[in-house]
Write a protein that binds this ligand. Structure first.
Ligand SMILES: [Zn+2]
Length: 330
């Protein structure tokens, strides 16, 4: 705990500045302050190719209560180091002056979104039941490594990552929530929502203050820069038009547009109308690999939604639709 002494009195900006001066292989975002609240979000990515997940490395977000210096961890994807206090996720947390992690959220079951959970001892992680089932399937740790190496990926994960994943057993509390979990956390209140995303078992987290809203959306879409926004769904046992429909429903939710929800959704997501209202019109979307500013980029989301709608209208994926996808859903 020695690392933390003195940091309580330092403003978060100063802490981040000093982290960046001695980054130890990490890339650290500027703190984003949610309205006038006491919460800030900082994204940390491991850029050290000896320890990271190569192109799969995600951004781990720390939602920090600046008064208490406690944090929630969204998508713990940083690995490396042996023993809790030597782990790189723990190192990143301590370099941010975080005294204690309170809980974590796993947005979906992909390896880059949970493999670093050992860095945050004794905290509960929240995930949908379907995600938990994937993580715990048959108690076989090997399942950890599966569901991640999609056929569309041309690069494999480094073998050391697979070996590490196989050695893992969940010893943390994994807590599911049926549909919505609202503000029960004392220090860092957040709404957790079950909705489809890159996988059907996805979780979203929402924080709001002073009319400003942050949405953590996992890998719902990717910002492909000049290519525009792309989707890369990883589904199994669902036909591809349902996948497109799933994504469109969530995008329309984000855009604040009413959408006719198919009857079949009633069973999967019982409170979907309320859920979609909760995610509508966020100011920032924290994605698995970058942060997306909605106020400046709403048109791009509209365009992606428009493209997906066009697919549904034609009942098939045509050549012109492929620009919206990393993989072609076939
Ligand atoms: Zn993913």
């Amino acid at each position: 705990m020695r690392d933390f002494i003195g940091k309580m009195d330092m403003p978060l900006n100063a802490i981040v500045k000093s982290f960046r001066q001695n980054p130890e292989g990490f890339e650290v975002t500027e703190p984003r302050n949610l309205g006038s609240s006491k919460y800030s979000v900082i994204g940390v990515t491991d850029k050290d190719t000896e320890t990271n997940l190569h192109p799969y490395q995600n951004v781990t977000y720390f939602v920090i209560n600046r008064d208490t210096r406690r944090a929630a961890v969204i998508d713990p994807g940083i690995i490396g180091g042996v023993g809790v206090e030597k782990q790189r996720g723990y190192l990143a947390m301590s370099k941010l002056g975080i005294e204690q992690a309170l809980y974590g959220v796993i947005t979906h079951c992909h390896i880059d979104h949970w493999i670093g959970f050992k860095s945050y001892p004794d905290i509960p992680f929240y995930a949908t039941q379907a995600c938990i089932d994937t993580l715990n399937h048959g108690g076989e740790a090997v399942q950890f490594a599966r569901g991640t190496l999609a056929p569309s990926h041309s690069t494999d994960l480094p073998p050391r990552v697979i070996e590490y994943a196989k050695s893992l057993k969940w010893d943390h509390q994994l807590t599911n929530y049926k549909n919505m979990l609202r503000g029960h956390q004392e220090d860092i209140p957040m709404d957790l929502l079950a909705l489809p995303g890159q996988t059907r078992d996805s979780s979203y987290a929402v924080m709001e203050s002073d009319g400003e809203k942050y949405l953590f959306a996992g890998d719902l879409f990717l910002d492909g820069g000049e290519k525009g926004l792309l989707i890369e769904p990883h589904y199994s046992q669902v036909d591809k038009l349902s996948v497109v429909q799933d994504t469109l429903i969530v995008l329309n939710g984000i855009l604040g547009k009413g959408q006719e929800i198919p009857e079949s959704y009633g069973g999967l997501y019982p409170d979907i109308y309320q859920t979609l209202t909760t995610i509508q019109n966020p100011d920032l979307i924290f994605l698995g690999h970058n942060t997306f500013d909605m106020s400046e980029n709403r048109a791009a989301v509209e365009e992606l939604a428009h493209g997906l709608k066009d697919i549904l209208r034609h009942g098939q994926i045509k050549e012109r639709h492929r620009k919206y996808m990393v993989c072609g859903l076939d």
